[in-house]
Design a protein around this ligand. Structure first.
Ligand code: PEP
Length: 256
């Protein structure tokens, strides 16, 4: 972990379990994972289980610093919105954070920058930390449109936020072509995108808040590639899908 002492932003290593793990499986995971990361003070650790396992994870994480996050949220506090879960329900369940606009939500469930923006604002109002995901598809990258896409997602998802609100979010750069494909962006490609996003933050908010914004990389992060990614000053942590399901693998990523 050379160089960590000089990091001005505390890294975040977050696991996105997607639609995996029952409550029982979640408890087993924590029993194995907690001792493996007990000494990890160099980063914040977050686990985002499916809604049904949130309470079990909050209980299982007690006595550790591991934060529990949800994978999505709706923007209203309550109402006739069948199938949805509100920010204050997540807070009551013990969540500290919520992933918003994951590319699977964008691609499979109709998430837009506008709906992401409403969710970010509602999450902030409830005291949750939004982990906002952005990222281009392979076709968009190959057409040379990466920056255009990132800018559109950034501006749309963070529209009308005050600088103070912006200072409470975490971003995740997740190139769609690297998610679940085994194909990782090189540390240099990821760092370039992060730098671009930080520049947008400086333009839209303040240089100070841009400098403190934590931008996580996501896309086939594994124990074998985390060190190289974290060696980039622009990369402030990782959002990990597949490899976060296994306690030993996720702990190896946390303890990079
Ligand atoms: C993710 O789900 O956010 C992700 C990056 O998945 P994977 O690590 O499996 O590519």
């Amino acid at each position: 972990m050379a160089g960590d002492a000089s990091r001005m932003r505390k890294p975040v290593i977050a696991g996105n379990w997607k639609m995996y793990k029952t409550q029982h499986e979640a408890r087993d995971f924590f029993a194995a994972f907690k001792p493996l990361v007990a000494a990890a003070t160099h980063c914040e650790i977050v686990v985002a289980p499916p809604f049904t396992a949130i309470a079990a994870c909050v209980e299982a994480a007690k006595g550790s610093t591991i934060g529990i996050a949800a994978q999505d949220v709706y923007w209203a506090n309550e109402g006739a919105f069948t199938g949805e879960v509100s920010p204050r329900m997540l807070v009551e369940a013990g969540c500290r954070a919520v992933i918003i606009a994951h590319s699977e939500r964008r691609q499979l469930f109709g998430e837009t920058d506008e709906s992401a923006n409403r969710k970010v604002k509602a999450a902030l109002a409830a005291g949750l930390t939004p982990i906002l995901c952005v990222g281009e598809t392979l076709a968009e990258r190959e057409a040379g449109n990466t920056q255009k896409v990132l800018e559109k997602q950034f501006r749309g998802s963070l529209a009308a936020l005050t600088p103070a609100e912006f200072s409470r979010i975490i971003m995740a750069y997740e190139p769609v072509w690297a998610i679940g494909t085994g194909r990782t962006a090189t540390p240099e490609i990821a760092a370039e995108a992060h730098k671009f996003l930080r520049g947008l933050a400086a333009n839209s908010f303040t240089a100070e808040y841009a400098a403190s914004l934590r931008i996580l990389y996501g896309g086939s992060v594994k124990p074998e590639n985390i060190k190289g990614l974290m060696a980039q000053a622009e990369i402030d942590g990782a959002l990990v899908g597949g490899a976060s399901l296994d306690a030993a693998q996720f702990a190896a990523i946390v303890n990079y």
